[in-house]
Ligand binder design. Structure first.
Ligand code: UDX
Length: 440
């Protein structure tokens, strides 16, 4: 089997390398020459644990190659996957399908044989149908099947998610499409992964429904965390107690500063817009979007309150700026709202993130970027944990205290044990947990 993967961004690159791991011959295509050059030289444009080794391995084995020439990549391919970006369209929140349709147009112009075109990018309901029309109109001489095969990859554990998924969803319209996709994912039969074959529209909607549901779960526990703080309950135990009910499940019930990233914010919005288009008001999703937006701003108030009502003239050390750990991705990160808001209230910001600082420096001006956590804590009036990187969990609290001007930690990811931090002499505020007694 030989496939072409159009797009060597996050989705395309991870999926391409993982399909190579499944034994397929994969050609990755991108218009961006610098990206292809980097990949050819063995450099990976994004940070994703394990990806460099996987790309190297399959390049060396001759199963994975890269090109800017789409015609060459699709020539003879059993399937052509479209893994380009579908960002939020500025202004209206619809998914921007410019790159998807540009890829389809180019495929239609250059294809020489019957084949299967699969959308791997997250595309709104009805996109597969529109692609079918493009191919039918422009290439009536060829039989081009269209399928939808959404990805469910989490940044930071994308390879594991691809190689050992909970399920694979394939929206297909023909036996041929079904057979080709079944072949692509054949190694998953060994680990008995359910492969769900559905209609095109259903597969497209499963992706959005999944992300919107997970965003709802997070937003639910975030609101519950607020209530926990008022009534003196512990949100982590509430989440555990709820999650042990098999109907609910324990995952995605970690309270925090609000969800961010490249998927949840964009996909919940796009789902709302699809609802509107089809005269369906998705009120729960709409509320989730609004509550999550408000939450990032409420976190600013939480930090200010912990600092005694004002951050003006105070130095705040921010530990973690990416939207989650094990990524350098800053997209829709709560830090992009929280840091400027603190600065607007007069705070001086020092910050450290293990992987995200290069990208963050472009987006967050006037921040003192530091070489490690301790450097960031020097002279700080408060330390704010914004991302739960593992290395912050192991912080030497005595050393931290000796460096800071005021011993105060605002932990928006609940990475510390309140009793332990209090014992180390810190005033400590976290999310949805009883406030620990401060230093005496
Ligand atoms: C998500 C989906 O999980 C993945 O299936 C989809 O394909 C792409 O979007 P990702 O954005 O990489 O993946 O990260 P994820 O781990 O899902 O976290 C998303 C956001 O939710 C992060 O900001 C994270 O901090 C937050 N989150 C997650 C919580 O606040 N609490 C949780 O319990 C889980």
């Amino acid at each position: 089997m030989r496939i072409a993967m159009i797009g060597t961004g996050y989705v395309g690159l991870v999926s391409g390398a993982c399909f190579a791991e499944f034994g397929l011959e994969v050609v990755g295509v991108d218009k961006d020459e610098s990206k292809i050059r980097m990949l050819e030289e063995g450099r990976i444009p994004i940070y994703e644990p394990g990806l460099d080794a996987l790309v190297d391995k399959h390049k060396a084995a001759g199963r994975l190659s890269f090109t800017t020439d789409l015609a060459e990549a699709i020539d003879g391919a059993d399937a052509i996957f479209i893994g380009v970006g579908t960002p939020s369209r500025r202004g209206d929140g619809h998914a921007d399908l410019t790159y998807v349709f540009a890829a389809a147009e180019e495929i239609a112009a250059k294809l020489k044989h019957d084949t299967l075109v699969v959308t791997k990018s997250t595309v709104p309901v009805g996109t597969g149908r529109r692609l079918q029309k493009i191919f039918k109109t422009q290439r009536p001489d060829l039989e081009i099947d269209v399928a939808s095969n959404p990805e469910f990859l989490r940044e930071g554990s994308a390879i594991e998610d691809f190689l050992r998924p909970d399920r694979v969803v394939c929206g297909v319209e023909s036996d041929r499409a079904r057979e080709i996709l079944a072949q692509c994912y054949r190694p998953l039969n060994l680990i008995e992964t359910p492969i769900l074959f559905t209609a095109l529209e259903t597969a497209e909607l499963i992706k959005y429904a999944t992300n919107a549901f997970l965003a709802t779960k997070i937003t639910f526990i975030n609101e519950l965390a607020d209530l926990c703080e008022r009534v003196g309950a512990d949100v982590q135990q509430v989440a555990k107690g709820m999650g042990l009910d098999g109907r609910i499940g324990r995952k995605f019930l970690h309270a925090g500063p609000g969800y961010g990233g490249s998927c949840f914010p964009k996909d919940t919005l796009a789902l709302l817009r699809t609802g509107e288009q089809y005269n369906t008001h998705l009120r729960i999703v709409e509320t989730v979007v609004n509550v999550n937006e408000g939450r990032k701003r409420r976190m600013v108030r939480k930090i200010t309150d912990a600092c005694g009502g004002s951050v003006a003239g105070k130095t705040i050390a921010i530990l973690g700026v990416t939207f989650k750990p094990n990524t350098d991705d800053m997209r829709e990160s709560p830090s992009l709202v929280i840091v400027p808001a603190l600065q607007a209230e007069g705070a001086v910001i020092r910050a450290y993130d293990p992987e995200g600082m290069r990208e963050a420096a472009k987006l967050l001006p006037d921040v003192g970027w530091c070489q490690d956590s301790y450097h960031a804590l020097e002279g700080a009036d408060a330390a704010v944990i914004l991302t739960e990187w593992n290395e912050f969990r192991g912080l030497d609290l005595d050393r931290a205290r000796s460096l800071m001007r005021q011993p105060l930690i605002v932990d928006l990811r609940n990475i510390f044990d309140p009793a332990q931090v209090a014992k180390a002499g810190f005033a400590y505020t976290s999310v949805g947990r009883p406030v620990a007694a401060g230093p005496t």
